[in-house]
Design a protein. Structure first.
Length: 294
C-alpha cells in the first residue's frame, strides 16, 4: 500500500492531540511555535512583572529574567518498530495501518503524560512548593486522604497568593480510592457528566491519573523518573498552577520500510518519533500530597 508520510504524521499528531484532551495537560500554555531544532529557550516563556499602584516615579522600573537564557532540549519519544506482513495487509490494508498509527500515538501520549507529571511534581517541600501529608484513617499501613487534607493544600495555596483560576489537582489511584470509599459526598460528585471528569474541589480543577510519581514516604522527596519504587515509596497527588506550566512539541517523524524492499521476510516496518517537553516555568505554586505512615 502506498504510504504518504505527511498524511500519516498529521494523523498521528491529530490522535495525540485528541488523547491529551480532558487530561491535566489540556489547555496549558503552548510554546511549540518557539521550538527550533527540538530546543526551546527559557526566555520565550516570559517573566511576570510587578504591578505598580498609583505610581508617580519615572522612568518606570524594568523586569528582567533572573536566570540565564537556558536552552532546553525536548524529550525524545520513540516507539518500537511494529512489523506488519503483506499477508496481514492483504484483506484490510487501510484498517490495519490506521489501527497501527493509533496504537503508536497512544503509546507516545502515555509516556508523555507520565514524564510530564513527574516533571511538574515538586522535588521536595519548600515554602513555595508545599508537600503535605495525609491525615485520614489508616489503611494498609498508610494514612488515607481526606477532604481536610485538600483543604490544607488550599490554605497553602491561598497563603502563597496563587490565583484561584488555574489551580489543578491530580489525584493518584490511592487517593482517589480513599475519597470514593470514605467520602460519600465525593463519590456522588465523582463523575461530571458535562465535562467527563471529576468535579472540582475547593477551587481545584480535579483530575485523576494512574501513573502518578513516587515519593519517599519518610523524607517526602520525589523519586527519580523511571526508578522502580521501593518498599517505602508511595504515589502522590500533584497540584500546580496551570499558567506556570509550559508545554512544547517539536518534530514528529515517521519511519517506514515497505515489504517490497524486504523480499526475504516480506514485512512492512513502522515506528514514530516525537519531541516534546512539559516543565514548570518557575519552581513555585507546585504542590503534592503524600500518604502519611500508618
Amino acid at each position: 500500500m502506498s504510504v504518504k508520510q505527511e498524511i500519516w504524521i498529521g494523523e498521528v499528531l491529530r490522535k495525540v492531540s485528541t488523547l491529551e484532551q480532558a487530561t491535566f495537560l489540556d489547555g496549558l500554555p503552548d510554546y511549540s511555535c518557539y521550538v527550533n531544532n527540538n530546543v526551546i529557550h527559557m526566555t520565550y516563556m516570559g517573566v511576570e512583572p510587578k504591578v505598580l499602584i498609583n505610581n508617580s516615579t519615572y522612568p518606570l522600573p524594568t523586569s528582567v529574567l533572573t536566570s540565564e537564557d537556558i536552552g532546553l532540549s525536548l524529550n525524545k519519544y520513540q516507539t518500537e518498530v511494529t512489523i506488519i506482513t503483506d499477508d496481514e495487509l492483504h484483506a484490510s490494508a487501510s484498517y490495519r495501518m490506521s489501527v497501527t498509527r493509533d496504537m503508536h500515538a497512544g503509546a507516545i501520549t502515555k509516556e508523555k503524560l507520565k514524564k510530564a507529571l513527574h516533571a511538574i511534581a515538586p522535588a521536595k517541600h519548600t515554602k513555595e512548593t508545599p508537600v503535605l501529608t495525609t491525615t485520614g484513617p489508616e489503611i494498609d499501613g498508610r494514612k488515607t486522604l481526606t477532604r481536610s487534607d485538600i483543604i490544607q493544600l488550599k490554605k497553602a495555596y491561598d497563603q502563597l497568593e496563587v490565583p484561584l483560576e488555574g489551580r489543578r489537582l491530580i489525584l493518584c489511584p490511592d487517593h482517589t480510592g480513599d475519597l470514593l470509599e470514605l467520602d460519600p459526598k465525593f463519590a456522588n460528585q465523582y463523575y461530571d457528566y458535562k465535562s467527563g471528569r471529576i468535579a472540582g474541589l475547593y477551587g481545584f480543577d480535579v483530575y485523576e491519573y494512574g501513573a502518578a510519581p513516587y515519593y519517599d514516604q519518610e523524607t517526602k522527596t520525589k523519586k527519580a523518573f523511571g526508578l522502580a519504587p521501593g518498599a517505602k515509596d508511595v504515589q502522590v497527588s500533584v497540584a500546580f498552577y496551570a499558567p506556570f506550566i509550559a508545554k512544547a512539541n517539536g518534530e514528529t517523524k515517521m519511519y517506514f520500510s515497505e515489504a517490497k524492499t524486504n523480499p526475504r521476510m516480506q514485512e512492512n516496518e513502522i515506528n514514530f518519533r516525537q519531541y516534546s517537553l512539559v516543565i514548570p516555568k518557575k519552581q513555585m505554586y507546585l504542590g503534592a500530597i503524600v500518604s502519611g505512615k500508618g
